[in-house]
Design a protein around this ligand. Structure first.
Ligand SMILES: C[S@@+](CC[C@H](N)C(=O)[O-])C[C@H]1O[C@@H](n2cnc3c(N)ncnc32)[C@H](O)[C@@H]1O
Length: 401
């Protein structure tokens, strides 16, 4: 849960004020501050505001890490601008903690046990990955040879991330990229584009792609070919292996696309890129319930900052999120839970006590309201080997509410 994606809690309480941290723009002048509404009228301005949400997500992560909620040695290096003055409200920190822990749980259950020498190689594709640290955290605990990890984001964000990797030896070491490779050209199976916005290595790929162009690509192919071969579909996404069990992650990304584009992006992967025989899962984290007083305030506060959560009304409830997964063909299983449920039911009592000790959190009602307005939805289609079998036993919420 990152700052501009949530209601301004002071506004909810007494009609003024804001979050504690100032939000520095990313270097190169590429990201507008989230309140840069003057640009919000045109497409480039809107895109810039969407791109800048990555800075907010990173700052929220860093705040949670520095206060001891999360253990993430990569958060500071990957926070644009170095992450000064990033402290968030306690309920935001708790939200970031639950969101990250829940997605980690699903990812870990998909990847299986790091010490299993016979573990099948798995693939993850992170949509709108921004400055996310997950690939580094995974590579720090399991051999890079067991994973192929793809990140997709706008060029301006991928370039900034690659620039950070280039200047941070500890990040390079973790993903097994050596300095020679970073001088440009090709070395040790690593290539970085001249523009500095694309990175390919044996187990980590960063793609500078506006997801909306995948929709156009799909349409082009559909009109040219009656049957789409997987190889043709991924020509512009080098490194994707269409035979590997794969997990798609949208951590607050698809919500910024129009409902048509968001659906087309998931269908692109689920129905065009990966054959039906490839086990495929999808994890979505995003806001829900826009139609109650809290939800309405959330929407109008964001609109004032030029941020539009475009799929929020289409996928406004747990039930709608579950149906979404079904409609995209994740037919082995589809489950949902809001952050309030996950805090109550997935987090152990010991962990809850530890987290409660980190900061005073008086606003229990506000926390519950906020947490009920964010959800995680996870769906999968599996093969007989059962690559997602460990997802079967995760506690889910009744989606009729
Ligand atoms: C709120 S940030 C989340 C970043 C990251 N997933 C995380 O949770 O830390 C949303 C990200 O989605 C990316 N994004 C939104 N729309 C996109 C699009 N059409 N194509 C590529 N990336 C997009 C933004 O640039 C931004 O990096």
């Amino acid at each position: 849960m990152s700052a501009p994606q949530i209601p301004n809690l002071n506004t909810l309480r007494r009609g003024g004020g804001g979050l504690r941290g100032r939000l520095p723009g990313r270097g190169r002048g590429s990201n507008a501050a989230p309140d840069a509404t003057p640009n919000a009228g045109n497409t480039a301005g809107k895109d810039q505001i969407v791109q800048s949400t990555d800075g907010d997500a990173s700052l929220s992560r860093l705040s949670a890490v520095e206060l001891g909620y999360l253990d993430d040695p990569f958060a500071r290096s990957l926070t644009p601008g170095g992450g000064t003055a990033s402290r968030r409200f306690p309920i935001i920190n708790r939200g970031t903690y639950v969101r990250t822990t829940a997605i980690d749980e699903l990812v870990d259950r998909f990847l299986g046990h790091a010490d299993d020498q016979h573990a099948t190689k798995k693939q993850i594709i992170s949509l709108g990955a921004g400055s996310d640290t997950r690939i580094f955290r995974i590579c720090a605990k399991q051999p890079a040879s067991t994973i192929v990890y793809h990140e997709i984001d706008f060029s301006v964000n991928t370039a900034a991330k690659i620039k950070t990797i280039r200047s941070t030896p500890s990040l390079q070491k973790t993903i097994h990229i050596n300095e020679a490779a970073l001088e440009g050209g090709e070395s040790g199976g690593v290539t970085i584009s001249l523009a500095g916005d694309t990175l390919h290595s044996p187990s980590y790929h960063i793609h500078p792609i506006d997801l909306r162009t995948l929709v156009a690509e799909t349409k082009k192919q559909t009109s040219q070919e009656s049957t789409i071969s997987p190889t043709a579909s991924v020509a512009h996404l080098p490194g994707i292996d269409t035979s590997l069990p794969t997990l798609l992650i949208s951590e607050c990304c698809l919500i910024y696309l129009s409902p048509h584009d968001a659906d087309s992006v998931v269908d692109y992967f689920a129905k065009k890129v990966f054959p039906n025989t490839t086990p495929l899962g999808l994890v979505i984290y995003e806001p829900i319930r826009p139609d109650d007083p809290f939800g309405r305030t959330m929407v109008s506060n964001l609109a004032a900052r030029g941020i539009q959560l475009q799929t929020l009304h289409k996928y406004s409830s747990l039930k709608a999120q579950k149906q979404r997964l079904r409609d995209h063909g994740f037919d082995t299983g589809q489950e949902v839970a809001d952050i309030d449920f996950i805090w109550n039911r997935w987090i152990s009592e010991g962990e809850k006590e530890r987290v409660a000790m980190l900061e005073m959190l008086d606003e229990i009602e506000e926390w519950r309201l906020l947490a009920q307005h964010y959800c995680i939805a996870w769906g999968w289609r599996d093969s007989e080997e059962g690559h997602f079998i460990d997802w079967n036993v995760i506690e889910k919420q009744n989606s009729d509410i």
